[in-house]
Design a protein around this ligand. Structure first.
Ligand SMILES: [Zn+2]
Length: 243
């Protein structure tokens, strides 16, 4: 039996946002005027943890029902858990940027290949990351046929705004929780990664991205005046200019 993925640490970071940080990958739950929304749902075997996060966010909320999952990008470490979430909540919306929908629906998607892993396979931390990702269901075929594109107006009804963040994938998106000064960046901006020797803040390591140059340019434009909740690594407090 594979060991279950380690429990995430769930932190309330603002009025409406609960951040779940697990060693492998992060996600969040947002209390919205229409109900609770998850942003990503971790690996396939982390679905229960994602639902638990949504449950915490719904406790005491006016609209406690889980109504949607917003997808930052269609990689299995962020969308694998959505399969079981949808199985248990068939009526929820699964929403992604128009350019990202095909990848979320799957089962084919653009993601790191054995060829691109190359020499990294000699690095102990990289191999450890790979093994843990596989154990969390990272190789299981992931298909979410009900995924569809959001519109800006639809997101607005949740009190959320999309910031296009291409490079990691073509349709990578950061989500701003309006009024809470929180930005969920997915892998457009990370603060660490289980495969890293030491933490690094900014664009994720080049080998993970479809277009590393664009990913680097995108990461450089992420406003640091938000509390940043990245796809990997700890939250980053908003920096307030002193002048
Ligand atoms: Zn990721």
């Amino acid at each position: 039996m594979p060991a279950p993925p380690q429990n995430p640490v769930i932190t309330r970071v603002s009025d409406r946002v609960w951040f779940a940080e697990s060693p492998l990958v992060n996600w969040a739950a947002v209390r919205t005027p229409r109900g609770v929304v998850l942003v990503d749902a971790g690996y396939a075997d982390q679905a229960e943890h994602a639902l638990h996060t949504a449950g915490i966010a719904s406790d005491g909320a006016e609209q406690p029902k889980l109504v949607a999952v917003l997808v930052t990008h269609g990689h299995t470490d962020h969308i694998g858990g959505i399969v079981d979430v949808v199985r248990q909540h068939p009526d929820i919306a699964v929403l992604a940027a128009p350019e990202e929908v095909a990848s979320v629906r799957g089962p084919e998607r653009e993601q790191i290949t054995i060829q691109r892993m190359g020499a990294n396979l000699l690095r102990p931390k990289f191999v450890s990351w790979l093994r843990q990702g596989v154990r969390a269901g990272g190789l299981r075929p992931t298909a979410i046929p009900t995924a569809r594109a959001w519109t800006d107006a639809e997101l607005e009804s949740y009190g959320i705004r999309a910031h296009r963040a291409p490079g990691h994938t073509i349709g990578s998106t950061s989500y701003e929780v309006l009024g809470d000064n929180v930005l969920l960046t997915g892998d457009a901006f990370v603060t660490n990664h289980l495969s890293y020797r030491r933490p690094a803040v900014g664009a994720i390591a080049d080998l993970f991205s479809a277009d590393p140059a664009t990913a680097a340019a995108t990461a450089a434009t992420i406003p640091r005046t938000f509390t940043i909740l990245p796809g990997h690594g700890p939250a980053l407090a908003a920096s307030h200019p002193t002048s």
